[in-house]
Design a protein around this ligand. Structure first.
Ligand SMILES: Cc1cc2nc3c(=O)[nH]c(=O)nc-3n(C[C@H](O)[C@H](O)[C@H](O)COP(=O)(O)OP(=O)(O)OC[C@H]3O[C@@H](n4cnc5c(N)ncnc54)[C@H](O)[C@@H]3O)c2cc1C
Length: 391
């Protein structure tokens, strides 16, 4: 006999596990999550990768009981943002005082956050979670989907609604033949944890270099996590430097604003690509998070958009009876609400990426003038801050 659920979520990353828990807290729907990898285990070594999450994302994490569990080592509030440009005199400051919030957002260890979400999901009596379980065939019918899986878990699963939360290379998206547009930036994002001589002052520092932006994301105890985006040849060279050489190069790239830099972890490099699914649903299957959209991390928005998908889909599903959750009319509403916002943010990231790459005198002047102008306009700055803090 197949296992029957209202909703099956494929992928227990940040976004899939958050949706499962959010819905389990707010509804009586029968939910399963299937994840092809093993459940994450705690690692005493800190992770290099941190995500800057705004209010929507942290509200979800708080509702499902994960935010408080993270603790100061894995979750650090930041109250300022300082942006400057290698090629112009433009400088830009954002402050939590421009908002009604005590902070602009939180820097959260993405591994630890996913681990806690997975643990909550695995321990919850309100949903089933299958790890080491990968789908290998999918059939869609008018009012349900049938998924065949291999590994640990039921081999046949029937669901009224199938949610693809299986990341940028989504297997589900390919099965339901939703086309997706890809852009390869030809860059790598190098991430690592560092300690700086000077205090980061709970400020997220971002410098736009000709070769790509460096973000320094503040953590507890004068530690920070960096995301250094650079064209592949340069990124390869940076990856080959010794720890000491890399630290000195980073200190220089930051103009010494945070003093000496000590590298605390190994470096990891991620290829930077963006991807937009042409549509967000096909029959009774819907895409969320990176399965629907992934963007350049220069303003730290990818997961924030995914959490907005979670809230939107969750609210729509709670508002209809359980027999309607897989109806195209419901899923079309989700697409209408989320696709434009996600695509606008992607377009903004692409425009920023292009604007900061140009070294021509005219572009440098425009950038510098634009940044200083923005810095002086309270209303425009507030608009940017609202976008940055995920409102
Ligand atoms: C360098 C870098 C820095 C970033 N910084 C930020 C930031 O500061 N702020 C921010 O908001 N975002 C940031 N992002 C983006 C953010 O990391 C992603 O948007 C987010 O992690 C996407 O989560 P997801 O759950 O949708 O996908 P994923 O994290 O890719 O999770 C997908 C899950 O599905 C599982 N899976 C895949 N295929 C299958 C299958 N066939 N069957 C079952 N399971 C499957 C995978 O094992 C995984 O667990 C950054 C990204 C990069 C690369």
């Amino acid at each position: 006999m197949p296992s029957e659920y209202d909703i099956v979520i494929v992928g227990a990353g940040l976004i899939g596990s958050a949706l499962g828990l959010h819905l389990a807290h707010k509804s009586d729907l029968r939910i399963a999550i299937i994840e092809r990898s093993s459940q994450l285990k705690s690692n005493p070594v800190p992770n290099q990768r941190v995500v800057a999450l705004g209010a929507t994302a942290t509200d979800v994490l708080s509702n499902v009981g994960v935010l408080d569990e993270l603790g100061p080592e894995f979750c650090h509030p930041y109250t300022h943002m300082h942006v400057w440009d290698e090629n112009s005199r433009g400088e830009l400051d954002f402050d939590a005082l421009d908002t009604e919030h005590p902070q602009l957002g939180h820097m959260i260890d993405s591994n630890q956050c996913t681990l806690l979400l997975q643990k909550q999901a695995a321990d919850s009596a309100k949903l089933d979670c299958f790890f080491d379980c990968a789908p290998h065939a999918l059939e869609l019918f008018d009012d349900h989907a049938v998924l065949n899986t291999e590994g640990d878990g039921p081999s046949d699963i029937v669901a009224k609604l199938l949610v693809a939360a299986d990341g940028a290379g989504s297997w589900v998206r390919q099965q339901v033949k939703i086309f997706s547009n890809h852009r390869d930036y030809g860059q790598l994002g190098i991430v690592a944890r560092i300690k700086t001589e000077e205090s980061h002052q709970d400020c997220a520092w971002q410098r736009f270099l000709r070769t790509g932006p460096i973000g320094v994301l503040p953590l507890a105890g004068n530690q920070s996590s960096i995301v250094w985006s650079a064209d592949k040849p340069l990124a390869d060279q940076l990856m080959e430097l010794s720890d000491e050489e890399f630290s000195t190069t980073l200190e220089e790239a930051l103009e010494g604003r945070l003093g000496g830099v000590e590298l605390l972890t190994a470096r990891r490099a991620f290829p930077l690509r963006s991807q937009r699914a042409e549509r967000y649903y096909a029959r009774n299957t819907v895409l969320i998070g990176d399965a629907a959209h992934s963007i350049h991390p220069l303003a730290g928005q990818g997961a924030n958009l995914g959490f907005k998908d979670v809230v939107c889909l969750s609210e729509l599903l709670q508002a209809v009876d359980s027999d309607s959750i897989g109806r195209p009319s419901v899923l079309a509403r989700y697409q209408r609400k989320r696709q434009a916002d996600n695509e606008q943010t992607d377009a903004m990231m692409s425009a920023l990426y292009t604007a900061y790459r140009s070294n021509s005198a005219a572009w440098s002047l425009m950038r510098g003038t634009g940044m200083n102008w923005l810095s002086q306009s309270d209303s425009l700055r507030r608009l940017f801050v609202e976008q940055a803090i995920g409102l």
